[in-house]
Design a protein around this ligand. Structure first.
Ligand SMILES: Cc1cc2nc3c(=O)[nH]c(=O)nc-3n(C[C@H](O)[C@H](O)[C@H](O)COP(=O)(O)OP(=O)(O)OC[C@H]3O[C@@H](n4cnc5c(N)ncnc54)[C@H](O)[C@@H]3O)c2cc1C
Length: 446
């Protein structure tokens, strides 16, 4: 299989992050099994909305038409659409922690019209429109805003290359304009991009939960699935009860290898996000924080900065991969220091501002950067995972497409989903570290 330069750097970048990151000693261990009790800290987003009303754990055995594992955008969207397509079906969602407390409420809130590794095409545009329709029809107030995104280049060589090949309509922003407009001496230039919109991730999660509950989907939290058994019906084992289901959908994203599935083609990558206290309107104006509110730094290990609708400015950095341990990052204190240091180097004025919210998150990755959505363990057990850090729209859309696949609803876009074949196998921990080590020094973000 031909590996493009971009894919190769992308793959290398993931590994480099792991090795350059704190907690490197922990990388050599490859835990398996499902985390049932790892506590999860709260993201800034979750702290800004009223807590979702608790739902009970699964305590009694059940037999259902469709059982979904994982209550992020993917699992909840599948539950919602499946119930709309087949109102007569019993549909349940099992979540190991609190509802929606995974990546779906920890991300940076950028909504792309593209799938990572695929780009923008008819299918992804329809997925974007579907998400917009869902937000509108379900009256989800999630601070949806269009446009205002820039891509920043720290290296002058890269900046020059991009500047000299701009397509018509793209606007170049010079280093001096960036320094004047948003008080950063760090970048060599940037391009304005209209590809992304932004929203409040936790409000979108809450909207998914409400929509699924309104249609009669049964949700269970603190109900980790510790084993998936294929068969007709398939069986899900939780600590207190078992579920027999005609169809199963595994929507556990970065945690999927912990269930023993896709472990040779995907891996979790850990991220840390650090946010300032709420900035005053004057500070926002002085530092140009709301100009190009979503900022993507194009380095091998991408960095995102963004001002939230409530006025917190944050940085999101890649910590690295950690075998199959998708919940904990050892040395989170050092990760915070590193994020703070990276923040200050990019925006020196941050030194005078308190950093009040920090949270950890994980994304699921494949070496070619494409997601995986297909049946596993027989035709009635499906999976969708590994959005490679860009899953707000793809998660919702793959939830919809998998609902179509499971209920038999005709939908041509199903054929455009990436299956599990054709992906580059990911070697074990030992070999990963050997392969990626040489890239450490050059690619670790300053
Ligand atoms: C820091 C960060 C920034 C990001 N920024 C962006 C962005 O700006 N734009 C974008 O498009 N995407 C972004 N993403 C990616 C995006 O958030 C994810 O791709 C998307 O949320 C995936 O949704 P999901 O439902 O598939 O997974 P998740 O939201 O992770 O949901 C999976 C759920 O499964 C549960 N689970 C796991 N194992 C089990 C089990 N055994 N039993 C029961 N439940 C289980 C988990 O607890 C979790 O709640 C970001 C992610 C992170 C972490």
């Amino acid at each position: 299989m031909k590996l493009s330069r971009r894919s190769f750097l992308y793959a290398a970048g993931i590994g480099v992050g792991a090795l350059a990151a704190p907690g490197v000693g922990g990388l050599m261990t490859s835990h398996t099994g499902v985390e049932t009790s790892t506590p999860r800290g709260e993201s800034l987003w979750t702290s800004e909305i009223p807590p979702l009303p608790p739902v009970s754990p699964l305590e009694n055995d059940r037999a259902v038409d469709l059982a979904i594992v994982g209550s992020g955008y993917t699992g909840l969207a599948c539950a919602y659409y499946a119930k709309r397509m087949r109102p007569d079906w019993s549909v349940i969602v099992l979540e190991s922690h609190r509802l929606g407390s995974g990546a779906s409420s920890r991300n940076s809130g950028a909504v792309s019209t593209a799938y990572r590794g695929v780009g923008t095409n008819g299918m992804t545009l329809r997925g974007y429109e579907r998400l917009m329709r869902f937000i509108e029809e379900e009256e989800i107030e999630c601070d949806f805003t269009r446009g205002g995104v820039i891509e920043l280049y720290p290296s002058s060589r890269q900046a020059e290359r991009v500047r000299s090949s701009l397509s018509s309509g793209q606007k170049w922003i010079s280093a001096s304009e960036l320094e004047e407009g948003m008080h950063t001496p760090f970048y060599a230039g940037a391009v304005e991009n209209e590809e992304y919109s932004t929203l409040h991730p936790a409000k979108l999660v809450a909207g998914h939960v409400r929509a699924a509950q309104r249609l009669g989907v049964d949700l269970f939290e603190n109900s980790p699935v510790v084993e998936v058994k294929g068969g007709k019906p398939a069986e899900l084992v939780t600590p207190k009860a078992r579920v027999r289901a005609n169809y199963v959908f595994i929507a556990t994203n970065a945690h999927t290898p912990r269930l023993g599935l896709l472990k040779y083609v995907m891996m979790p990558v850990h991220q840390y996000t650090f946010a300032t206290r709420r900035l005053t309107e004057e500070e926002i104006k002085i530092y140009g924080v709301d100009r190009w509110n979503m900022r993507f730094e194009r380095s091998v290990l991408p960095v995102t900065t963004h001002v939230t609708p409530s006025g917190h400015f944050f940085i999101r950095i890649v910590l690295g991969y950690a075998g199959h341990n998708s919940c904990e990052w050892k040395g989170i204190g050092r990760a915070r220091n590193r994020a703070a240091e990276m923040f200050r180097r990019r925006y020196p004025w941050i030194s005078d501002v308190e950093l009040t919210h920090g949270w950890h998150g994980v994304t699921g990755h494949t070496l070619l950067g494409r997601e995986i959505a297909c049946p596993v363990l027989g035709e009635n057990v499906h999976v969708s995972a590994a959005y490679n850090g860009l899953g707000v729209m793809p998660g919702h859309n793959n939830g919809y497409l998998t609902a179509c696949r499971i209920t038999g609803q005709p939908e041509p876009d199903i054929s455009l989903l990436s299956g599990a074949s054709g992906h580059i196998p990911i070697p074990g921990e030992f070999y990963r570290s050997l392969i990626f080590k040489p890239f450490m020094a050059v690619a670790a973000p300053a």
